[in-house]
Design a binder for this molecule. Sequence first.
Ligand code: KG4
Ligand code: ZN
Length: 363
Amino acid sequence: MAINLTHIRILGIESSCDETGVAIYDNQAFNAQGGITAHQLYSQVKLHAEYGGVVPELASRDHVRKIIPLIDAALKQANCQPDDLTAIAYTQGPGLIGALLVGASAAKSLAFGWNKPSIGIHHLEGHLLAPMLEDDVPDYPFLALLVSGGHTMLVDVKALGDYEIIGESIDDAAGEAFDKTAKIMGLEYPGGPLLAKLAEQGDGSEVRFPRPMTDRPGLDFSFSGLKTFARNRLIALQELAPELQPQAKANIAQAFQEAVIDTLAIKCKRALKQTGRKSLVVAGGVSANLMLREKLAVLMQKQQGQVFYPRQEYCTDNGAMIAYAGYCQYLKQNPDEADVKNSFAKHQIKVHPRWPLSDSINI
Ligand code: KG4
Ligand code: ZN
């Protein structure tokens, strides 16, 4: 099979949790600047809201229903035929095993049918590289703060594929803490964005939440205590007259959010000092949080550095970040099809529900 090295189009498929995302990255699009020419996303949040969290089996079944129509739509949107594609990238892990298997099976089957290589992508590498789809991009090396529903970590990104995790959450991830606290407050799943919205009406100075693990050295995080703190504050709130309760609730939301963000900023500052990096990349669902963005912009200004984010639609799970990561991996590995990791020559469908980011290049 002849691979056109100058014009590369990568189909990216994301299905690790409750979003089915399909996108196409084209290195010749937008006057040869390269970019996303198709972006299709289906969110299952309504399906899971009823249960207050993701139900893995329902997630897998819904991915099965949506994945092929979304791939069709992406090809149409990019005005692309299957044969125009160079390779198919898919999220290989970490994530829900059934959900991952749907994306991996679709990618492998299409790769086999269309005679294209397939490339397994680490979901967190996708998040980490998403800011590279913007106009202003960081140079390697940089520090990355990954804040999603399943992960909170500080990563020293030395080069593409060379990731050292220098800090991570020992219990709940930041997004998980947002979602659990939101649930306690009676907000719908996924509560993170709703809690952030409620916090806009609050006054955080009314309550002070702790900044966990900031009173000792190190770069790890622990957010699970904050939801317990919030629960206790909410119980105390029952004593208030009913008309005062909505404002008091918003105050708790604001104070909770401030505590999470302050803690993230304190650890980022430490990590910048430890690594000497001047660029900070913030990615993952929680990077959509506007207060976090403001806080880290101020921090990086003081540090005479720069902070980089994906646009809002690429903060949460999406196919664009997987298509772009696939493009980077494709360039990095020998473009000879036999050397493309998990290439079409290997039809085995293999996913990694648990997969450390630092091992992503070794599997
Ligand atoms: O990256 P993502 O889409 O999925 C995972 O890979 O986990 O992140 C989803 C998480 C959820 O916990 C959601 O509540 C949180 O990101 N999130 C937010 C905001 N938008 C999404 N948390 C706080 N503020 C937001 N604006
Ligand atoms: Zn994610």
